[in-house]
Structure formats: structure tokens, C-alpha cells
Design a binder for this molecule. Structure first.
Ligand SMILES: NC(=O)c1ccc[n+]([C@@H]2O[C@H](COP(=O)([O-])OP(=O)(O)OC[C@H]3O[C@@H](n4cnc5c(N)ncnc54)[C@H](OP(=O)(O)O)[C@@H]3O)[C@@H](O)[C@H]2O)c1
Length: 287
């Protein structure tokens, strides 16, 4: 299977390239050669590469910045998705796209199944939801995989932020009333390869196993980083409420996704804490 990857420099883009399964090939041009906001470039690259599948790992992911410039987020998360989906259709290729738990309002008390009613709370979630609609409008059978709380050894993410703050401070205060699932980009990449390789379409959910609050995630980062020698002293991790950490975008209080349908295909991935240990091990190796 020949896969063309958009967003090759991001967390997921890198993980897709690191986990290419045997018998598959990843063509992952740098953003300079494959700017998905440039519809002509998109058509040209897809036509040149002639992929079996186009995997969109590119996105406008600056959640809080999107509130101030929703139009910029929309260009990447909606308009560019339409262009990619359309180019894949014209080339006769499958199209795989990634979305987010932020399309839900987080008022549920049990994990969101793929067909739960969306109701985004902010600009980023709105653009990602409209991107799902655009994918389905411009491609006859897209695969849409919603994920959450993605991190990797390289990239801008909660693990990197916590490690930095824990090295700078004696106490970090972390929101303890938002629930979700930390997800190693490697798990998401493996899932996407399995789903695209099997020709699956429709909307599915993919995260690591288990649930956590941001506070639980921070406590685990602290403990694992101490174990691995990434932190040379103990730091106090203090649970706080959402209202004590105001952000421009309102986050879903409950962003746990129901992965039953995905796991029937892929098997259950590792628990998020086990994947966290793997990622911190990579950060240690890279240091
Ligand atoms: N990160 C999370 O916690 C999270 C949670 C739920 C869902 N998701 C979704 O998961 C997917 C992968 O996210 P990620 O965590 O890998 O995000 P990421 O690390 O921010 O990667 C996104 C990549 O897209 C690139 N990009 C932006 N505009 C582009 C353009 N016009 N053309 C080509 N590339 C462009 C970015 O480049 P620059 O860095 O140069 O802008 C970046 O390398 C996205 O669809 C995201 O919405 C992420």
C-alpha cells in the first residue's frame, strides 16, 4: 500500500513514518512541498504520487489561538481537508482523516460512541467537525478517526510542557476535573495503518486504553520521569479545578471516546501509562 502523508512534521506525521508496516510505503513530503492550504499543490502532489491512500495528519492544532482567528483554523481544518479529499477521490485513492474529542461538549457520563451527537464548545472543535463534514462531502468513503490528548517524544504536547515545568518549579498545579485518555502518537499511527490497510471506512475512535484526568496524567509523568532519571528532584503536583486555570477555549469536561468498534479490528492497545513509559524512554534516549 502506497500512502501519501500530509503533515509529515507533526506528532502523528512522524509516528506514521516511524511505524510503516511491512508491505506498505509512506511518501511524506515536507510541508514546503505539500502545503495542504494550497489546493493546486495538493492536486499536483496527489496526481504525481498516485497513492492508494492519502492520510491527513496535518491540522491547525493551536486550540486557544483558534478562538482569536477561526478563519485561519478553518483554512487548514476545513478548506484544505476538502481539497485533499477531492484530490484523493479524483486519483481513485482512499482518504483517511483525523479528528478530535473536541467535537463533543463533554457533558456525557459514559464514553462517546462514534455516532454520538457532536456539539463543539469552541472554534477549534467547530472547524474539526466541519472538516469531518468536508471529508464526507468531497470523498465518497472517507475514514475519519477521532482521537484525543496526543503526545510524542518530539512535539508540542502536555508531556513536554509538564517536564519543562517540573524542571523549573517546585509545584505544578494541574486540572483534575477534565477526563480523557492520553494517547501516544505511536498508537494512533499503528491504528491508522491497520485501518487503512484493511480498507476500513466510516467514523471510528482511537486512543490508548484507560482514562485519566490531566492531574492523573501529570502525576504519572512525574513518577515515570523520576524513575527514568529525567527529573532529579521531586515536585509537588497539586490538583485544581478548571475554573482555577482559565483558558480562551472551554475544554470538554469529559472527552473519553468509546473505542469498541475500533478495537474489534485492531485489538486493544496498551494502557496509556504503559505507552507513557515508552515515550519517556524515547525522550531519555534523545536527550
Ligand atoms: N494533539 C492532540 O492532542 C490532538 C487531540 C485530538 C486530535 N488531534 C488531531 O490529530 C491530528 C494530528 O495532530 P498532531 O498532534 O500530530 O498535531 P501537530 O503535531 O500539531 O501536527 C500537525 C502538523 O500539521 C502541519 N500543518 C499545519 N498546516 C499545514 C499545511 N497548510 N500544510 C501541511 N502541513 C500543515 C503542522 O505544521 P506546523 O507545525 O508548521 O504548523 C504540523 O506539523 C490532527 O488532525 C489533530 O487535529 C490532535
Amino acid at each position: 500500500m502506497r500512502a501519501l502523508i500530509a503533515g509529515s512534521g507533526g506528532q502523528l506525521g512522524r509516528a506514521l513514518q516511524a511505524h510503516v508496516p511491512p508491505g506498505s510505503e509512506a511518501i511524506a513530503p515536507p510541508e514546503a512541498d505539500f502545503d495542504i492550504a494550497d489546493a493546486d499543490a495538493v492536486r499536483r502532489v496527489v496526481a504525481d504520487v498516485r497513492p492508494d491512500v492519502v492520510i491527513n495528519a496535518a491540522a491547525y492544532t493551536a486550540v486557544d489561538k483558534a478562538e482569536a482567528d477561526e478563519a485561519a483554523a478553518r483554512r487548514i481544518n476545513v478548506d484544505a481537508v476538502a481539497a485533499l479529499a477531492g484530490a484523493a477521490r479524483v486519483a481513485g485513492a482512499a482518504f483517511a482523516h483525523v479528528s478530535t474529542d473536541f467535537i463533543f461538549d463533554g457533558t456525557a457520563h459514559r464514553p462517546y460512541p462514534p455516532d454520538a451527537a457532536p456539539n463543539p464548545l469552541g472554534a477549534y472543535g467547530r472547524t474539526k467537525l466541519d472538516g469531518e463534514v468536508a471529508a464526507a462531502e468531497f470523498h465518497p468513503a472517507p475514514l475519519i478517526v477521532r482521537t484525543a490528548w496526543v503526545y510524542a517524544a518530539v512535539g508540542n504536547n502536555f508531556v513536554a510542557t509538564m517536564l519543562r515545568l517540573m524542571r523549573e518549579r517546585s509545584e505544578v498545579r494541574v486540572v483534575a476535573d477534565q477526563f480523557g485518555t492520553p494517547t501516544h502518537a505511536a498508537t494512533l499511527a499503528r491504528t491508522l495503518w491497520t485501518l487503512t490497510g484493511g480498507g476500513h471506512t466510516g467514523t471510528l475512535h482511537a486512543t490508548d486504553a484507560g482514562t485519566a484526568t490531566w492531574y492523573d496524567f501529570a502525576v504519572a509523568i512525574h513518577a515515570e520521569a523520576r524513575d527514568l532519571g529525567l527529573l532529579d528532584r521531586a515536585v509537588t503536583v497539586t490538583p485544581i479545578r478548571t475554573e482555577d486555570y482559565p483558558t480562551p477555549t472551554k475544554r470538554p469536561a469529559f472527552g473519553v471516546l468509546d473505542k469498541t468498534a475500533t478495537w474489534a479490528i485492531t485489538g486493544v492497545p496498551r494502557h496509556w501509562r504503559d505507552e507513557l513509559r515508552v515515550c519517556l524512554g524515547q525522550i531519555k534516549e534523545n536527550a
